[in-house]
Write a protein of this length. Structure first.
Length: 71
């Protein structure tokens, strides 16, 4: 990994206190053998309905915050 000095990213407000780490990436998605591809599962239980459809009221589903974000 190359060292860096500056990161430019979109700021995403998440007005929730004391976020449990199991909500950030639910354990069922941590079975990967690489450290890539976790972004789609970020806050999955808050972000998606049980059917897999995005929840319209979750901040990461807002088009203003689409693209790459730094958590």
């Amino acid at each position: 990994m190359e060292k860096f000095k500056t990161i430019t990213s979109t700021y995403v407000p998440l007005p929730i206190e004391n976020v449990d780490t199991d909500q950030i990436i639910p354990a069922r998605f941590l079975k990967a053998t690489t450290r890539e591809g976790f972004g789609d599962n970020l806050f999955a239980d808050w972000r998606y309905e049980k059917s897999g459809e995005p929840k319209a009221d979750f901040v990461l589903n807002n088009p203003a915050y689409s693209g790459e974000v730094l958590v």
